[in-house]
Design a protein around this ligand. Structure first.
Ligand SMILES: NC(=O)c1ccc[n+]([C@@H]2O[C@H](COP(=O)([O-])OP(=O)(O)OC[C@H]3O[C@@H](n4cnc5c(N)ncnc54)[C@H](OP(=O)(O)O)[C@@H]3O)[C@@H](O)[C@H]2O)c1
Length: 286
């Protein structure tokens, strides 16, 4: 592993994963971080609606060892409303940036939603079949870069659990004050914990391997089962969780196959108990 100091450009540091990654890297001495995005906190202003207007500093010289692009249109409903914009922001704009900003390696992000969810644990080379516009925009991203896998890694992530996860936090807070909550039995996730994702991205900076990577929890669990499990871990009254069903068509599975590629970089699919345990330990609900 190359442990020399890395110059990294992070695009999308203000997003959910970006905030954690930035904090994680503040504890890592040998990363020189620069951020770009639309937030006041970013070092450089960059809007994916117009990537060619990015500041000259970003393309004038070979500043970066790795560019990490977390910026995306990640809201599923917004992607359904404007599929053309979703494909532009999530795929085309990233490709344009790739041709503008000189860097040795790139780390990009995709999702289990490139698959339709009718098959257990799809492998990285299985045929993609998205059923949402968000998933379709990520398939478009993967296709844009398939000839560049010698220096581009695309991480397909399942649900990344973070301490601030709004639905779980709000539901558990209600239960702590004795209120009933409802959760879907027909919406599933195979969660991984944010810390694992940050560690994996960091490892890739120093030990780069291109192509598609899949980071996934061991198995799927419904949102209803998740709340039941969390409430029993907190010694709450499990009967406060009421089951309901969403009327929309939801994928049966979200978990992805993880193999020696991810294992060699330190990632092993976590079991649900450990992910929920980490979530509870960090979320300070009381
Ligand atoms: N979180 C998960 O569970 C999960 C699971 C699978 C895959 N992923 C993927 O991981 C990546 C990061 O996810 P996330 O959860 O951190 O997403 P997020 O919270 O929605 O953050 C998205 C980031 O993109 C920025 N952004 C959006 N449109 C932009 C534009 N036109 N120009 C510049 N910046 C723009 C946002 O900044 P503004 O505030 O300026 O909009 C924000 O910083 C995404 O590619 C997502 O698809 C996430």
């Amino acid at each position: 592993m190359d442990i020399s100091s890395k110059r990294v450009l992070l695009i999308g540091a203000s997003g959910a994963i970006g905030k954690h990654l930035k904090n994680h890297w503040q504890l890592t001495a040998n990363i020189k971080l620069c951020t770009a995005g639309r937030s006041d906190q970013d070092d450089y202003y960059l809007d994916l609606n117009s990537p060619s207007n990015c500041p000259a500093h970003l393309f004038e010289a070979s500043h970066f060892d790795t560019v990490v692009v977390l910026a995306a249109m990640s809201n599923i409903a917004a992607c359904e409303r404007d599929p053309q914009l979703a494909r532009y922001i999530n795929a085309k704009a990233v490709e344009e940036l790739y041709h503008i900003i000189p860097a040795k390696n790139w780390i990009l992000f995709s999702t289990n939603q490139v698959f339709c969810g009718d098959k257990l644990m799809p492998r990285r080379n299985d045929i993609t079949q998205p059923i949402s516009e968000y998933g379709a925009s990520k398939v478009a991203l993967e296709k844009c870069f398939e000839s560049q896998f010698y220096r581009v890694a695309i991480l397909r992530l399942t649900k990344v659990l973070m301490p601030e996860q709004p639905f779980l936090r709000a539901s558990l807070k209600k239960m702590l004050s004795g209120e009933k909550v409802t959760a879907f039995t027909n919406m599933v996730m195979a969660p991984i914990y944010i810390e694992q994702v940050c560690q994996y991205i960091t490892r890739l900076l120093f030990d780069f391997s291109g192509g598609i990577h899949q980071l996934s929890g061991q198995r799927d669990i419904s949102y209803y089962q998740t709340l039941v499990m969390l409430s029993s871990m907190l010694d709450l009254d499990v009967s406060l969780v009421e089951a309901s069903k969403t009327g929309i068509n939801t994928p049966k599975y979200s978990a992805l196959h993880v193999d020696t590629l991810e294992n060699s970089l330190g990632f092993f699919s976590p079991d649900i108990e450990s992910v929920l345990g980490q979530f509870l330990a960090a979320s300070r609900l009381n």
